[in-house]
Design a protein around this ligand. Structure first.
Ligand SMILES: [Zn+2]
Length: 149
């Protein structure tokens, strides 16, 4: 039992999971979020081109050429590649690197803010907590010690 649907271009019955109609060769999916991850077998670098190719049902070679061509247009290729790398999860259903980075950054921020809240109860100044060790010594003490050593 297969799920079928109708091709919007030629009205032939096609499989629901098809990305291209076998009858009229039309692309019948614009974007497939199920394939929006980087761990495809054809990945070479970080899998961004493979993810884009799978999700958009494009040949991975064409996507790679696209990135290379965009490199000569104001270095858009690497910028786009980097941006997509941040946005595409490595495994299906996984978190994108930028989500992990944001979660990590929030943890760091929380601990820093928590630390600061603990250090300054009632608004006392945290730089005075070392007990005045940096106070200059009484007059006469330091010069004597320097002479004896
Ligand atoms: Zn068709």
């Amino acid at each position: 039992m297969e799920d079928v649907r109708t091709c919007p271009y030629c009205a032939e019955e096609i499989r629901a999971a098809a990305t291209r109609c076998p009858h009229c060769r039309s692309r019948v999916t614009a974007f497939d979020p199920e394939r929006w991850y980087r761990d495809h077998p054809e990945r070479r670098v970080a899998g961004v081109a493979a993810a884009v190719a799978r999700a958009l049902a494009l040949p991975v070679g064409a996507v790679r050429v696209g990135f290379i061509v965009l490199t000569f247009v104001h270095l858009l290729g690497p910028l786009l590649y980097g941006a997509l790398w941040l946005l595409i999860p490595f495994r299906p259903g996984g978190d994108a690197p930028i989500m992990r980075a944001l979660a990590c950054g929030r943890d760091v921020l929380d601990s820093v803010l928590g630390e600061r809240r603990r250090e300054t109860p009632n608004g006392s100044r945290p730089e005075r907590h070392n007990g005045g060790e940096t106070e200059p010594p009484a007059a006469g003490v330091l010069p004597l010690r320097r002479l004896s050593s």
